[in-house]
Design a protein around this ligand. Structure first.
Ligand code: DGL
Length: 280
């Protein structure tokens, strides 16, 4: 991959798996002319239950690699990796690195009227307290109700990987079960603090009354990327669709093409393979 100018250089996006494609998709919609390289670490997914030090190490490996491909900006499209590795990645490479937690927190603070916000995420993200800190850094008066919901990651993974689609009512019941401690609370805004959760938007939405707004940090993150590139005069000006490159550490070719196509909404036939297993 050779990119000549900074404007032409790609935006690097990575996630523990394919859930982060929800961020790549939002970026594609916001900035259709940008070249994007997406890496999904499916071979080592999930990150949620892993120790923060290990997630930080994985994030650094991927971030260094994306920087070596001349990415002009890197998005950590994974909440767990953002919580464990954002600061280390920012210290490591000389291009801007952003995560998905601050954009999601900002959207939640702007949306809430009751100033009572719910956050659902992996065990790792909730344990890090990263959303609580981000929300409080914007508005100390907002109350945050946090709930780890690893079962929702499992549900999405089961459906994506095994192509085993639960009957609608069974799927809804699994979502409701997982969200039970949050349902009926007096939050008016719920942050989908995991990149897998937008894939369950309808099921999550129907667990709450209409006045509860769901915040999906993908769109907010895409807007933040636009702002940064605009300020740095690094938006690609060419009027052609940008090139999309998909890379994963997952080994099954058929499967990786199928999952990527399903989330992006168009056919992808050439997801490439890359492993970091031998690297420190
Ligand atoms: N991508 C992760 C996140 O947004 C969820 C999946 C995982 O546990 O790796 O937190």
């Amino acid at each position: 991959m050779s990119y000549i100018t900074k404007e032409e250089a790609p935006i690097g996006v990575f996630d523990s798996g394919f859930g982060g494609l929800t961020v790549a998709k939002a970026l594609r919609e916001e900035l259709p002319h940008e070249n994007i390289i997406f890496f999904g670490d499916s071979g080592r997914c999930p990150y949620g239950p892993r120790e923060p030090e290990e997630v930080k190490k994985f994030s650094l490996q991927i971030c260094r690699w994306l920087a070596s491909l001349n990415c002009k900006l890197i998005v950590i499209a994974c909440n767990t990796a953002t919580a464990a590795g954002l600061a280390a990645c920012q210290l490591e490479v000389d291009v801007p690195v952003i995560g998905v937690i601050m954009p999601g927190a900002r959207a939640a603070v702007e949306a809430t009227r009751s100033r009572k916000v719910g956050v659902i995420a992996t065990i790792g993200t909730i344990a890090s307290g990263a959303y609580l800190k981000a929300i409080r850094s914007l508005d100390c008066g907002v109350q945050v109700l946090s709930l780890p919901t690893p079962g929702l990651v499992q549900l999405v993974e089961d459906e994506l990987i095994q192509e085993y689609i639960e009957a609608l009512d069974v799927r809804q019941a699994r979502v409701m079960d997982e969200l039970a401690p949050m349902i009926g609370g007096d939050i008016d805004t719920l942050v989908l603090g995991c990149t897998h959760y937008p894939l369950l938007y309808t099921e999550i939405k129907s667990c709450f009354t209409d006045d509860v707004e769901l915040v999906n940090s993908s769109e907010e993150t895409a807007r933040e990327v636009r702002e940064i590139l605009t300020r740095r005069h690094e938006l690609y000006q060419e009027d052609l669709p940008g090139k999309l490159t998909f890379v994963t550490s997952g080994v099954d070719t058929e499967l990786r093409n199928r999952i990527a196509s399903r989330i992006m909404g168009f056919e992808i036939k050439d997801v490439q393979f890359k492993s970091f297993d031998e690297e420190e």
